[in-house]
Design a protein around this ligand. Sequence first.
Ligand SMILES: Nc1ncnc2c1ncn2[C@@H]1O[C@H](COP(=O)(O)OP(=O)(O)OP(=O)(O)O)[C@@H](O)[C@H]1O
Length: 696
Amino acid sequence: MSGSASGKRLAAACPQRGAPYAVNCFTITMSVDQRSRASHPKTVETRVPLEFHQAKGALAKHALEASWQRSIASGLAETHQVLPPVTSWADGRAVRSRNSKLLKYAEPSVENTFEQMAGTGTVVVLADAEGIIVCSKGDADLMSGPFGPLFQPGVSWSEAIAGTNAIGTCVASRAPVTVDLAEHYLISFRSLSGAAAPCFDSAGTIAGVFAAYSTSPAIHALPLIRTVAVLIENRMLVREMADEIVVVFHPVAEYLTTIKQAIAVFGSDGKLLGSNSAARCLLNLDPRDTLGKRFTDLFGFNFSLERFVDKARAMRGSQFAASLRDGREVTMIVNVGVTGEAACSARAPTDASQSTDQQQTRPRSARVLLKDLDLGDPQMQRAIQKASMILGSDIPLLIEGESGVGKEVFTAAFHNSGPRHNGPFVAVNCAAIPEGLIESELFGYEEGAFTGAKRKGFPGKILQANGGTLFLDEIGDMPLSLQGRLLRVLQERQVTPLGSTRSMPVDVSIVCATHRSMIDEVTAGRFREDLYYRLNGLRIRLPSLRERKDISCLIDFVINAESGGRKIEVTPDVRHALCTHPWPGNIRQLQMTLRTALAILRDGTELRLEHLPDELVPTEGSETPSQAEAQPCDLAQIEMDAVRRAIAASDGNMSEAARILGISRKTLYRKLEKLSAQSTAGQVAKEQAAPGTKGT
Ligand SMILES: Nc1ncnc2c1ncn2[C@@H]1O[C@H](COP(=O)(O)OP(=O)(O)OP(=O)(O)O)[C@@H](O)[C@H]1O
């Protein structure tokens, strides 16, 4: 066929591509590469629907043009038929087994996405890195029609075989793409609309393509398909590398738990092992050049990975402020898997000459164990001894103690020290979950159990903890109506999810904690006596910080974890002030005080009185407050104090203050608003209470 004949034929095809495309077309000229010159014209004129470009922007226009050019260059005729069946059943199986890892993480998404699109004449498809179908699920109408066999495993939708189409063009352009109707190169595909997005592996190579096809004029599925592709990519990265050091970050804190989150995974040697697309974009990483990149090349930390892991451990999955190497601020969450923990612990200094205090000379274990919490306080030692005696038994543990004394840390250490340490540790704060949600959160529910239930149902925290430990924090706040159900679970060792008639056996170690007196709760009729006795297998009370005899060791322990690798000297008067303070907020308050003091100290190495908050510094003639004068724990006051000091330490620079506090700037502003409202309310209350003042 001559060049002009081919151009005319392509141009003539446009009006047949459906009414919307019949009027507004424009002409593009494509050159054909040397390889196909023998059988193809030097230049080919084709007409591409104008609406396509208007709707999809310049990138899509460019991608479509380039794809048609490639299709022509590959020697494919528009009239070519991709004939089913092109593969045998055995070929299909071979494709599935070749892509078993991709299937493991993506096949559930094919099912789930199809559920959302069912009834719309759609097929949801997973293809491999070459555009070969790996699995699919589609509406019966479509699958029993002429296209059905083309969506079976083993069929190739690569551009070389199927011309311009969503899957093939997505592979070739490494980008999400929609190809509608007449935009397909092959005439036989021009009644299809497709949307496809690439799933990249941890090294930035295409691992597969997630796509949806429909015979409707335009399926508008790209946003959903892109979202699912990112979810698959993130799932593959995080699950495959869960044992390493997983750093999740984003400049906008609110995006941390969304598909926009950037994820970078580091090995225990501090080298980058993998990342997702969002991380590569934020870190300006070229996928070909990520090997060997180190943690310190990418993030603005001037301390070692071991220190970073310590900090991450102290944050226990909470967000903190950090910065990229180029200075951009991000909010970060870090999860340290067992390999990361173990390797970093193994390399932590154990040489007694490097440190003088008990904590620093103790070799650290991969996870905090009960024995690690023994810093010399007799009450803590008794609690540790008692808890150790029931390790591995089914006896429930009830921990009492003020807020911030370390009840959750103790429970985690109890879990890590027992035979279930490889099982899950699931913590539920009964006071933090709205009353109406506790039941479904704890016991789970079946699909469609109530309005708003997740499609697939939810197993519930109790079942999630199966084989491990369930920590019910603030058990005193458990609604009375649910206490009977919890009691049944404990007695029968079975859970029945909401909306289900099936009971599932469960094997968990139960630890409860409360800052209330449970006896008082029982006496007041707010807590069932039978449940109390059931939970009270072994009761221990953790001492408040002001009662502890090992504060000095604890100070060193916290400084060690918070100082980012620096060796810090603590002057005797600072040590005295810290050891004799009444500490209404317990270890949490001590930790916050030291974190802020270290931030004020900046690069210094000696912690002096001037780095401490005013209320800790004895003024001339003043006496150190005695334990009897200890104020009741006022967390808002502690928080306000920390915020005030961080802002002062950073000379009013809110970003710096947020960094010192380990929170995002937005969170800092929100806290300021909340705290100033509280302090206004408190002031009004004081004025009203004070005799002779206005309003009394
Ligand atoms: N032994 C310890 N050494 C160092 N830090 C500790 C220790 N125990 C607790 N912490 C720190 O003190 C803070 C409070 O600990 P945790 O959350 O376990 O207390 P809690 O009693 O459960 O508090 P709440 O009653 O408010 O839930 C945490 O930041 C934790 O990291």
